[in-house]
Design a binder for this molecule. Structure first.
Ligand code: LLP
Length: 424
């Protein structure tokens, strides 16, 4: 594959006559000049379309955006405005969503080890429901009840024993899992009994999430069937089937759309006679393809007979996915998008380790040199949200582009930010 597969680019992408990529009506090199690199560029129209597609597929407030995929105030507001609820998996995510002005009633709280403080905050704010993951969590909720906090609505997270075909680190539905109450060994049924008898919680449903970046819709259908079989006799109003829909990252990969996912999941529920309100929690499929990351090349090293290294000004601190999961990405020059990518190189970052790889074996345009821009598409999910300050790099800014306007929604960190928590 030499030319860049253009379908990996954000929805409003166009290519000017001189080969320059425009997103949201703006030339990417101009954005790089204005905001510097590395830079996350998100196509706002793309984000809104994906949110609306999820809402159309599952219904108003039946698609819950998993904020872990990418969260800042602007994103929280956007997803809520488009009719989604928001899944927060920590006190920090809850804090950001609330700071964005999203009402607590639109938030669902997740986490396999929520602290008493996180639970107290959720009950105090009045989140829509808490997804309970363990007996200890029920103990904590009973403690908070004794403190006089309001009784929360809860759904119980169940491990359905369905193996999703994805990377081991992001596969969660199998029996050997730290998440939820196991269905096969009776823990889930026991938790339902306990929650029903407890005056500290109001049990409203059950939940499962089989894993992330799953391409096979039949895995989702199987999980829906298993959960439907468990849930139906309980006659609870909510059945939450998690997120996990995969997206194509590189040429040749294909994933179902949100619409197709909705059809498969809802058909499976219908065929099982589910009467509960079915909802899902997509993260990646909403935001991944909406963004590209723009870098500047700093070093090109040709090692004869070995390979060429292209080092850019970011790395594993803005995208740890290649290092963590061996994930593949494409690379391209945003100022000559249509040029054949006849060269091959390993695109690396500027961190002090050999594992700092962004693209292991990338097709790149010939003649790349220091000062050139290089971009990676499909970096909108689990890039910015998993970014770190390793080597005390400052985290990149995020710009939302739309109809010729660029809106900086997260500024670049500066050196002062790196000292914000240091005490003398
Ligand atoms: N619901 C629950 C309970 C989850 O644990 C997750 C993701 C989601 C929904 C959203 O899943 P999505 O639609 O985004 O696949 N850092 C990894 C992904 C970790 C996913 C964790 N849970 C990655 O970069 O691939």
């Amino acid at each position: 594959m030499t030319s860049l597969p253009l379908h990996l680019l954000p929805a409003t992408s166009t290519v000017d006559d001189d080969g320059v990529l425009c997103v949201g009506g703006l030339r990417v090199p101009d954005l790089a000049a204005t905001f510097g690199t590395p830079l996350f560029v998100y196509d706002e129209v793309h984000l809104r379309r994906r949110c609306r597609e999820a809402v159309d597929a599952f219904g108003h407030q039946r698609a819950v955006y998993a904020t872990k995929a990418f969260l800042c105030k602007a994103m929280a507001r956007l997803a809520y405005e488009e009719g989604m609820l928001l899944d927060v998996a920590s006190g920090g995510e809850m804090h950001v969503a609330l700071a964005a002005g999203v009402p607590a009633d639109a938030l669902t709280l997740h986490g396999n080890n929520k602290s008493l403080d996180e639970l107290r905050m959720a009950l105090h704010e009045g989140v829509r429901y808490v997804v309970v993951d363990s007996d200890e969590e029920l103990d904590r909720l009973e403690m908070l009840h004794r403190e006089g906090l309001p009784v929360p609505r809860v759904v119980l997270r169940v491990t359905p024993g369905v193996h999703a075909h994805t990377h081991e680190y992001i596969s969660t539905g199998q029996d050997d899992s730290k998440f939820g109450f196991n269905l096969a060994n009776g823990a889930a049924a026991a938790a339902v009994d306990r929650a029903r008898r407890s005056s500290a919680v109001e049990l409203v449903g059950v939940h499962s999430h089989i894993g992330s970046n799953v391409f096979a819709v039949d895995s989702f259908a199987r999980a829906a069937e298993v959960m439907a079989r468990f849930a139906e006799p309980l006659e609870l109003p909510e059945l939450v089937l998690g997120g996990g829909l995969g997206v194509p990252y590189v040429g040749g990969e294909e994933a179902p759309t949100l619409t197709e996912w909705g059809r498969v999941v809802l058909d499976a529920c219908r065929s099982m006679g589910v009467t509960a309100r079915v909802s899902v929690e997509p993260g990646r499929s909403i935001v991944a393809a909406a963004a590209i990351t723009v870098y500047t090349v700093g070093v090109v090293k040709h090692l004869p007979g070995v390979r060429t290294y292209v080092a850019v000004d970011g790395g594993m601190s803005d995208n740890p996915r290649p290092v963590l999961y061996g994930s593949g990405y494409e690379a391209f020059a945003p100022d000559r998008v249509l040029d054949p990518r006849a060269g091959r190189a390993r695109v690396v970052g500027k961190h002090c380790e050999s594992g700092d790889v962004l693209v292991f074996d990338a097709a790149v345009p010939d003649g790349l040199r220091a000062g050139d821009l290089l971009a990676t598409p499909v970096t909108g999910a689990y890039g910015h949200s998993m970014a770190s300050n390793y080597n005390k790099l400052t985290r990149p800014p995020v710009v939302f582009v739309r109809d010729g306007d660029a809106r900086l929604v997260v500024r670049r960190e500066n050196y002062e930010d790196l000292l914000r928590c240091d005490l003398d």
